[in-house]
Write a protein that binds this ligand. Sequence first.
Ligand code: ADP
Length: 358
Amino acid sequence: MKDLLNIELLKNTFDDLPVGVGIFQVEDLNDIKSVRYVFMNKVVLYEMRKTRDEVFGKKIIEVAPEAFEHDGGLAVIETYRKVAETGENINLGLVEYSNEEVAGTYECSVHHIQDNYVYVMLRNVTELEQKKIELERKNKELNQYVSIVSHDLKDPLNSITIVLQLIEREYAGRLDDKLDKFFKYLSDSTTRMRTMITELLDFNSLGQGKEMTSIDCNVLIENVQKDLEAKINNTVANIHVDAMPTINGYKTELRLLFQNLISNGIKFQEAGTTPNITLSVKNEDGWTFSVHDNGIGIAEENKDKIFSMFQRLHNSKEYEGSGVGLAHCKKIVELHNGKIWFNSEPGKGTTFHFSIPQ
Ligand code: ADP
């Protein structure tokens, strides 16, 4: 082992790696206090705020006795011992580290080399973690903001609706055509606004306070087809579903995702065409689901627009809808750490794909 570590080339290679690499020797497999630093590369020495001379060849108990004084430190050192004993690598995930000079979050894994020697790989993810926490806080704030504003908007809207109804009742049959049209327009607009507010609130609540469960997608899609029965029957749509997997996810949200994609496939068709929809799935480094239709297609230049809230490519006279379906789909897929995209040939059809990591 010593010979191997004396090879300058190997040391230099380790030294210049952008991740922290440290080699430890567990002298006595029954005693975690016997763990000794053999080699630490520049990154680890920098993170420890120590020099080679202060560390190389010394025991952890001599250099960093405080590591033995708290459960976190003890657990990490015990891992070195365990890996040396069993020969099996252990991924510790995120580890919080702090001493008088440094504090941070590290991604850490421990690997067996041979005999009583192990090496540790460390990556400082403190900044990333802080950004993640900050982003989560901002997202939460934004969700609360949307929720408050949406609820507040409902009050004046209700007042307008009540006044409109009163006027309509009071003047029933006495309004001339022009005024009648204005009232109808006002009433349609308030209904549309109420729908939009509800949809904003629905968007906000996707995935909130819910737990992932194991979901048989065959059953889920059967239920979606039952919900869409009227639409399927009216358009005589053919829906073909390949064998689907059981995955981990948010049930209500996944149901909404399949429902939106299938109903868009049925809806966005040239008049007189029978919708043919095929659902398939591939297992390639996670699941990739596809929903294919023979509809009107989507031009490439609209590829970002369609996933935004309330964005539509047609007016509601051509194809009814409010433009939230795909925004919901995107949020749902992202809740599952996946991606959504499509391939389309205008006039021939569209295939939406989404990935769900395993
Ligand atoms: P909505 O269905 O309410 O219009 P979506 O957010 O589901 O809203 O879709 C946004 C827009 O993307 C639609 O208005 C339509 O122009 C386009 N689109 C969505 N799915 C398809 C599809 N399968 N084929 C063609 N165009 C589609």
